[in-house]
Design a protein around this ligand. Structure first.
Ligand code: B12
Length: 307
């Protein structure tokens, strides 16, 4: 699905934005003079137009709001959903409210909850792990017990997918020399959100991360490792359709990664005790935050990847 189609007008506007000092001042309820002072002191990144006018890149503005815990009085001026940034939010409440917003198909409410957690200073991997993933776990039980319709579940996936795309575009672009990470899911594993979330978590940690999507025969992922030569390769495992074939073909992936110094990282709901015993990896993460910590260590060490 194209990104433009996948996003509402407000979201698209937000992603493109280079904001004027006046817009930002109004949005956060301060004077334009104060705002310009913050720019002059380097607290808020800004650039100049050809005509010499100041413009503020949206990701710098959002980072500033996160760092200072600044309230947002008119979030819509920044392209954020109404009522964003009105105060801190706790995870337990976010989980329940996110589930409710997802079930109701209330995209703005879901986005607002995501932004509130993120602007409240939480990393995206935490927002996902403590807010979004538990909301989906609850929703999965609702579907199982017939409390939620299948269309509502599928709609929830679309809403979340758009939010992840939006966040991806809001993060500062990774540096050209940042280490590369790629990954996806294997044949028979249709789960799109987890691999997109891994990508986002690594991008927030400064990696050039790219999810290659779902449903790859392991042989083609081996070819990707050999051709693209990332520093880190992740396999998100939510469901294994043919266990013996999977374990056999996984060895090809592992050997390709090992011989090229690529750190092979596994994670996901489908990595059970049996698989842990039968697969070999550089790192098997129980959580996104654990993987981000590993990625930091890997980057800092710049050592051969099988650590
Ligand atoms: C949406 C959904 C689907 C959608 C997925 C669509 C899509 N585009 O992705 C579809 C319709 C395909 C689907 C199908 C089925 N589903 Co389903 N599904 C879900 C649901 C509600 C959400 C999944 C999701 O995206 N969660 C959000 C992600 C972010 O959470 P997560 O997977 O836990 O990932 C986290 C971690 O595991 C980790 N992680 C994941 N990958 C990686 C990788 C790395 C490297 C790292 C570090 C971390 C990491 O990070 C994530 C964030 O914390 C879950 C409920 C649940 N508990 O999640 C059921 C659920 C997984 N489904 C279930 C079932 C039963 C099915 C079906 C069998 C239903 C059916 N009768 O057809 C089929 C099976 C399809 C298949 N081949 O596997 C059961 C599984 C039960 C079990 N024990 O196996 C669940 C748990 C629902 C339930 N409670 O009964 N499903």
């Amino acid at each position: 699905m194209s990104l433009i189609l996948a996003t509402s007008r407000a979201q698209t506007q937000l992603m493109r934005s280079q904001l004027t000092p006046r817009q930002v001042a109004l949005a956060i309820g301060v004077s334009e003079a104060s705002l310009k002072r913050w720019c002059d002191r380097g607290l808020l990144p800004s650039v100049r137009t050809v005509g010499g006018h100041r413009r503020l890149p949206i990701h710098g503005v959002l980072q500033f709001l996160r760092d200072r815990g600044q309230m947002v009085t008119r979030p819509e001026l920044l392209g954020l959903p109404p009522a964003t940034g009105h105060g801190p939010i706790v995870y337990d409440r976010a989980r329940a409210e996110m589930r409710a917003a997802l079930v109701a198909g209330d995209e703005d409410a879901f986005r607002r909850l995501g932004y509130d957690l993120w602007l409240g200073g939480n990393r995206l991997c935490e927002v996902i792990e403590k807010g979004i993933a538990p909301a989906f776990a609850d929703l999965g039980l609702d579907v199982k017990h017939g409390r939620v319709e299948i269309f509502e579940e599928r709609r929830a996936i679309e809403i979340c997918t758009r939010f992840l795309h939006e966040m991806r575009l809001l993060l500062p672009p990774p540096a050209a020399d940042a280490p590369l990470a790629i990954g996806g899911t294997a044949d028979g594993d249709p789960y799109t959100l987890p691999t997109a979330m891994v990508e986002l978590a690594l991008r927030e940690a400064g990696w050039r991360a790219e999810s290659y999507g779902t449903g790859h025969p392991l042989r083609t992922l081996k070819a990707a490792i050999e051709t693209v030569r990332p520093r880190l390769f992740w396999l998100s495992i939510s469901h294994v359709s043919q266990r013996e074939t999977f374990v056999r073909d996984f060895r090809l992936l592992h050997d390709a990664a090992l011989s090229r110094g690529v750190a092979l990282v596994l994670g996901g709901r489908g990595v059970d005790h049996d698989l842990r015993g039968r697969l070999t990896w550089a790192f098997c993460a129980d959580s996104l935050t654990g993987m981000v910590d590993f990625a930091h260590r890997l980057r800092a060490a710049s050592l051969p990847s099988q650590i």
